[in-house]
Structure formats: structure tokens, C-alpha cells
Design a protein around this ligand. Sequence first.
Ligand code: 5AD
Ligand code: SF4
Length: 450
Amino acid sequence: MAMEDRRYLIRTFGCQMNEHDSERIGGVLMADGMTPTDDPGDARVIVLNTCAIRENADNKLYGNLGHLKPLKDRRPDLRIVVAGCLAQKDQGEIQRKAPWVDVVVGTHALPHLLDLLNRAETDGPQMDVQEYTDLFPSALPAARGDGVRAWVSIATGCDNACTFCIVPFVRGAQRSRAMGDILAEVQGLAAGGVVEVTLLGQNVNTYGRDVTVLDSSRRPLFADLLRMVNQVDGIERIRFTSPHPHDFTPDVIEAMATSEKVCEHIHFPLQSGSDRVLKAMQRSYRRERYLSWLDRIREAIPAIAVSTDIIVGFPGETEEDFADTLDAVERARFDSAYTFQYSPRPGTRAATMPDQVPKEVVQERFDRLVALQTEITAERNRRQVGERLEVLVEGDGKREGSTQSRTRTNRIVHLREQLPAGSFATVEITEAAAHHLLGRVVEAPQPAAV
Ligand code: 5AD
Ligand code: SF4
């Protein structure tokens, strides 16, 4: 590619894993001398980092590609890259439906992005969706969006086979990163001023299960990793996402409770409150077991906030099954929930199951679930009023002179006072809204890193 004035733009869809992959894509392009831009008209390379988890994700991709077509017609030197889970899953279809795409790069092939872009200059459209296992994307440079908080990948892929889920098809089998590499990355981040890390994996609590141990030592466990990261100087907060209720073990609760930097928040995906549906989903826990785990977690860590994922309208879900979900939600008292309407993903087992639930029925159930959870979230937020909590300042708020901060329990707190990003403060919660809290500073902020 010509060297002069090359800018890139990345649009990211989907989960934190994808956000983090985008940081790696940005890192690779920056290492090649490019700089970021927000303006598509100014970009030499536009990357769409896609998600395949639900149907609207594909619609978004083709909508975006449609908008880029006239730009590409006007500026043939523009390079359009499709990366991420849809690139992995629908390579051929993308090239057929949008032949103006220059590079399709799968989830495993990111280390080859620059080669692909270079080849596209001379040889036309390129595609690489092979499953390379020799390179971890974390070995690539990263252009991180934030100097205070960072994502750290601990494992890629997933060995489960939840029948609704496309992830194992597009991200492959679980591959855990070596504990030493993870710690070295966290130490490097801390040295650069990062105070909060979020450990990322599809199923964090099976971390290490795929590691081959040559000597007599045992495999590393997620609890070991939490304890080790807890010892890194400069890191003040540790988060992780997501554990699978099936593999949740007492040693993880113990490590969470005794590692003071591990925040009081857990994302614990329920998916359904009906045992029949859980079985059909191939989620191996059952509702009572899930609820008893929640009790144990709350007993060990009383301040903990719990968020969850729930799918409404899985094939065969009856009104009675749905009533079980409502009941489980009522009992679990989640602090927040991500609620999804079931979306058949071609290639998954559930997509061909009989008794797909009609859209109107799904919508109606979904509305009832959202109404219930909204009430519970509001109630949980109201309980925070009057509390004195530690917050980490994330940056300026939407209103002039205001600040956005976050509690250890992952609640957003808006403050009137202006404080520097990365600093900690003690605040008193003065008001609760549906999705955030308002607070006032009661203790002057301390510099984040000493
Ligand atoms: N339909 C609806 N929701 C889904 N999820 C995963 N696959 C599907 C699907 N086919 C949800 C699950 C998962 C979250 C990331 O997305 O709740 O935990
Ligand atoms: Fe998908 Fe289940 Fe793996 Fe989560 S655990 S990524 S829902 S297959």
C-alpha cells in the first residue's frame, strides 16, 4: 500500500471479545504506520468486525456494506475488510453478496491481516478463514481505547455445545493462554497506568482445562489465575466474564472472596428458568442448582451484584416453561439482565428443532420478562441510595462538568463534580435511576497509580 496519509476506521459489533479483537486489529494497522479516523470518507481501510450471535447481526453487516458500496465506487483504492464471527461463518456468502469487499479475515487469521491487505493491492479480493492454532491474537500489538481499564484475553473458543449457540462454530475449541503470558500482559498494562483489568473468555472457569502439563504439576485453574492477577502491583480492580454455571466450583468463590481486588460482580448466565428448556439447550445445570449456587455466592460475598443472560422463546418453550423463567427471575433478584429473543442460527441444533415459537408469542413473553426485570433492577438500584461506595472515574459524563464513574459492583454513577479519569473516589449515592445512579463525592480523589 502507498505510505502517504493512511487512515483506518474500525466498526465493531457484538461482545467484549470482539471489542478486544478490534483493539488488536487497530494495533496491527498502527504498527504498519496507519492512524485511526472516525470519518469513512477519510479512511483508506475500513474494517467491519462482525458478530454472528443473533440474526440482526447479519442485517447490520449487509446494511453497512450497502452504505459503503458508493464510497468504494468513488474511491477504488478504499480497502474494505470484514473480520470477526460472520467472516468466519459466512465467508463465501459475504463475497457473493458484496463483491466489493477486499478482505474477509476469520477469527483465527487476524495475524495475517497485513499480508491479506497487501495481497489485495495486486491480486484482488482475499479471504483467510483457516483455523491457525500457532498464534494467539494476544501476541499482536493492541490499540487500546482507554488507558485506565483493559480487557485481557485468557482463553479463546468454547468446548460447550449449547444448542442455540454459534460461538463454538466460529471461535473453535477452547484454547487457554499460558498463565505466564497473561500475567506478563497484566503487569505491562499496570506499568502503563491501567488500574482495572477484565479477564475475557467464553467460559472463564474452564480456563486451563486444555493445557498440557508436562511435569507432575497440575493444570492451572481459574482460581489460581485470579489469585495471581490479584498480586499484580498497580492493578486495583479485577473483573471477568463469563463463567458457566455448570463449571462453577467452590474454589472460584473462595478465590473471589479472598482476593481483595476482584470486584463484587458476577455475570452468571441463566438462559432459562425451565429445567425442560435447559435440558434442550444442553445447559447441564438445573434451575434449583443454579439458584443454590447464587445463594452460596451471595453468602460468601454479601455485597455481590449479579447480572445474567436470558433467552426467551427457545424452540418448544411453553407458557409453563416461561412461567418458570419468570419465577426464577423473581427469586434470583438479578441486579441486571441481558434479555434476548431466541434467534435460530443456521448450523446449530436448535435451529432445526420442531416447535419454533411464533414471533408474536416471543415478543409478548419478552415484554413481560423485561417489565419484571426492570422493576427488580430499579429496586436493587434504590437500595444503593445512602450508601458510601468506592468508584473509579471513567471520564467525562454526558452533561457539561459531570463525570461518569463505576462502582465495584459495576453500577454507573454520575457525579456533578469533575474528576480526572483513572482516579478513585468515595461517593455517597443520592439517587437511583433505571440504569444508573447519581452520587456526590465525599472524599477527594486519590491518584490512581502510585
Ligand atoms: N438467540 C438468542 N440469544 C442468543 N444468545 C446466544 N445465542 C443466541 C441465540 N441463538 C445469547 C445468550 C448468550 C448471549 C451472549 O447471547 O444468552 O449468553
Ligand atoms: Fe455459546 Fe454455551 Fe459456549 Fe457460551 S458456553 S459460548 S452460550 S456454547
